[in-house]
Design a protein around this ligand. Structure first.
Ligand code: SF4
Length: 259
């Protein structure tokens, strides 16, 4: 029997206008079903370019970014990441050599124990799909009070910098770094990101329990319980959904402090 004829990839070549600057997007889009993980590298590249524009603008306005290597105060926050990012993080940890892998796994276990003691673990696992923004922010405050750093934070720097989640890329402040010791919306000046790539990417994913995000510190458990994405769609549809969401000015802010 002859093999089925594979439809050729579509080629996307377009320019996004972001604060009067152009960002060229070129992408081969297969005419087959994909999970949102397929789009993640494109979302990361786009996020980096959008953030570059935001950084240029605050610098031009005389408000340079305070974030720098060795700070990491924001990495004690609740970090809401995409299900596909959680699976990628679990894969990264799995690929780490020993004894480093054991060190990182132990940090995840310690974070889980602290979350259970602070009674944020259950609500985050069960209700991440149903929390209102206010409830999510309240949980974010409780989480921050635990004082538990992200398992990947080392000497104030991100040890998985190139692989860090989209939401980590978008979190920048121009207020004094000391204010990040208690980063509420009143105390910090978050840099306005002109296109919400992380939030738009969140619209591509929804697991079988309805979650669009999970806490970074739940990544390993989450990936074990959800090893495969269940929300596949034709790749052209994923691309359309992403850019429609990106253009939606009413896209809600994500959970977390200072949002
Ligand atoms: S992944 Fe990196 S940037 Fe994100 S919270 Fe962890 S240490 Fe911080």
């Amino acid at each position: 029997m002859a093999a089925p004829v594979q439809a050729p990839d579509l080629h996307l070549d377009t320019e996004l206008r972001v604060r009067n600057r152009g960002i060229r997007v070129q992408l081969d889009v297969p005419q087959r079903t994909e999970s949102a993980a397929w789009f993640l590298p494109t979302a990361r590249t786009l996020a980096n370019r959008v953030i570059h524009i935001a950084v240029e603008d605050v610098a031009a306005a005389g408000e340079p970014i305070s974030c720098k290597a060795g700070c990491g105060a924001c990495c004690k926050q609740l970090v809401p990441i995409l299900p596909s990012e959680a699976r990628r993080i679990a894969q990264l940890v799995e690929e780490m050599p020993q004894p480093r892998q054991g060190v990182i796994r132990e940090r995840f276990a310690q974070a889980a124990a602290a979350m259970q003691a602070a009674q944020v673990d259950g609500p985050l696992r069960k209700a991440a799909n149903t929390l209102t923004p206010d409830q999510a922010n309240a949980l974010g405050m409780k989480y921050f009070e635990m004082g538990v750093s992200c398992p990947f934070l080392e000497e104030g720097s991100c040890s998985i910098y190139e692989e860090r989640p989209l939401i980590c890329r978008e979190y920048l402040v121009s207020s004094p770094a000391s204010e990040c010791e208690w980063p509420t919306a009143e105390r910090i000046r978050k840099v306005a990101i002109p296109a919400k790539v992380a939030q738009a990417a969140m619209q591509l994913e929804q697991d079988r329990e309805g979650r669009r995000w999970v806490a970074l510190t739940h990544s390993l458990d989450y990936a074990k319980a959800h090893p495969e994405p269940t929300d596949r769609a034709p790749a052209p549809e994923l691309v359309t959904r992403f850019f429609n969401a990106l253009a939606d000015a009413k896209l809600p802010s994500g959970p977390g402090m200072g949002s």
